[in-house]
Design a protein. Structure first.
Length: 136
């Protein structure tokens, strides 16, 4: 009987240790995913999925104040249910200003606005390559 009790205690100890290790490892994985800890490759993919236009270019300036409000209002009127990602000047010459957005269905959109605060055009889908092979 004493031998059975010891074996059961050893087996029980091993099982409890294995379960504790599994819970700890699983908790670490969940915590890492929740905190955004990931490899740079998957982090870059997530960033580009949220912002298909990439980061703000150095030759474009974020809009503030009245100009930002007007461009936001015009863009939201043209893309109902969309979400503004950022509004900025447009260095590519399509218009004076641009609003980068995500449509309600997740499709990226860019609304181009003139200096007189009139919508020039709306581009939906992924942006094309820069003109003349220039880098962005």
């Amino acid at each position: 009987m004493d031998g059975k009790t010891r074996r059961w205690s050893l087996e029980r100890t091993i099982v409890i240790a294995a379960v504790a290790f599994g819970v700890a490892a699983g908790s670490y994985g969940v915590a890492s995913a929740a905190s955004g800890s990931s490899s740079s490759g998957s982090q870059a993919a997530a960033t580009s999925a949220r912002q298909p236009w990439g980061h703000q270019r150095s030759d474009e300036t974020l809009l503030t104040g009245d100009a930002a409000t007007k461009v936001r209002d015009l863009a939201l009127a043209k893309v109902p249910g969309g979400t503004i990602v950022r509004v900025e000047t447009d260095a590519d010459g399509n218009a004076a200003y641009e609003a980068h957005m995500v449509k309600a269905d997740g499709t990226p959109a860019t609304v181009y606005v003139s200096k007189a605060f009139a919508v020039v055009s709306v581009q939906t889908g992924m942006p094309g390559p820069p003109p003349n092979g220039a880098s962005a």
